[in-house]
Design a protein around this ligand. Structure first.
Ligand code: 5MM
Length: 343
């Protein structure tokens, strides 16, 4: 493992106010999103959609890295260029999601454990050969009646840390993603308590597994009220609760924080990221960046709707969301920007 290379990659992924495009939906997730817009759920349509994303001109102005999925990293542009190579050529670092999904946790009804450690060393070596320079693994924590259990938090934290150690051994920067889901009626305060416990447990496990913190990124949820909670807190309240939680639980040494969007409306995700950067970035030791999937892609997917003729309009929409989030990193995003076209 070359520590300098890992640190450089981690720093480059959060440099220049840019962020990461998560386009690592597994086939089942991608098909579900396609189905909602009547798009055929075929390998070719998934390839065509991912080609649209990676070949968006100017995407590198706002996007530093893109997370691919196993099927996607093996696919090519129509001209035969592998996606990972096309991204590198465009100045975007290719990454790869390496977990094999969150499965029901035996003995813990309603809770999930992420799988994918078996054979991971060999898979990572193959992804490095294909051009990947960073990786991602997502642990899923559910809030509900009597959950999350300590056991689910510990099992997911342990898996995240073992994955991260294998990545650094392979020369890949691990993105560690412990996601506390928004589903449910819980309050923002409850989300904050759970997120803090999860982060403390994850960082303890990362310490136990000898992680070089400077060579990793954290991809967390924001601290939010549950989607069905009657009290929906303001942008400023979310921003304060999130930063307070992270200041308590996240070591200063990590390369950066790259938030997931988790199903928030795209504009709200940008507004919340912006508020954190305007109001509290000076009080945090890490860059506050983004690694959004839906909050960058959703408008583009809807415009494309499976029709190649809509490609350039969809690319414009993608570029626009990427640009808005870059502005949010700078603390310069505002709602008026939503009606301005990016050229
Ligand atoms: C939480 O999901 C991650 C970020 O996406 P959002 O910004 O939309 O929340 C994302 O990288 C996620 O891990 C994949 O899109 C979904 O992967 P699976 O394995 O669930 O298909």
């Amino acid at each position: 493992m070359n520590s300098d290379t890992l640190m450089n990659t981690a720093q480059t992924l959060v440099a220049g106010d840019k962020g990461i495009l998560a386009m690592d939906e597994s086939n089942s997730t991608c098909n579900r999103r396609f189905a909602a817009w009547g798009i055929p759920q075929t390998e070719e349509r998934r390839r065509a959609y991912r080609e649209l994303l990676v070949s968006t001109p100017g995407l590198d102005q706002s996007i530093s890295g893109a997370i691919l999925y196993d099927e996607t990293i093996r696919q090519q542009l129509k001209d035969g260029t592998p996606f990972a190579q096309a991204l590198t050529k465009a100045g975007i670092i290719p990454g790869i999601k390496v977990d094999t999904g969150a499965k029901n946790m035996a003995g813990f009804p309603g809770e999930k454990i992420t799988e994918g450690l078996d054979g991971l060393r060999e898979r990572l070596a193959e992804y490095v050969q294909m051009g990947a320079r960073f990786a991602k693994w997502r642990g899923v924590i559910v809030i509900g009646d009597g959950i999350p259990s300590r056991s689910a938090i510990q099992a997911n934290a342990h898996a995240l840390a073992r994955y991260a150690a294998l990545c650094q051994e392979a020369g890949l920067v691990p993105i560690v993603e412990p996601e506390v889901l928004m589903d449910g009626e819980h309050t923002m305060q409850r989300c904050g308590e759970v997120t803090e416990e999860v982060l403390r447990t994850v960082f303890h496990q990362l310490y136990v597994q000898r992680m070089m913190l400077e060579g990793m990124l954290l991809k967390p949820n924001m601290v939010l009220p549950g989607l069905a909670c009657p009290q929906q807190d303001t942008v400023d309240e979310v921003c304060e609760a999130t930063i307070q939680c992270f200041r308590r639980a996240v070591p200063a040494a990590i390369g950066g924080i790259t938030f997931l969007s988790g199903g928030q409306p795209a504009e709200l995700a940008s507004a919340r990221l912006n508020a954190m950067n305007v109001r509290l970035a000076s009080q945090t030791p890490w860059p506050l960046a983004f690694s959004f999937a839906r909050a960058i892609q959703q408008p583009a997917l809807e415009i494309w709707s499976g029709q190649d003729a809509n490609g350039s309009a969809a690319q414009k929409a993608l570029l626009h969301r990427a640009h808005c989030n870059r502005m949010a990193r700078r603390g310069e995003y505002n709602a008026q920007m939503e009606s301005v076209e990016v050229s």
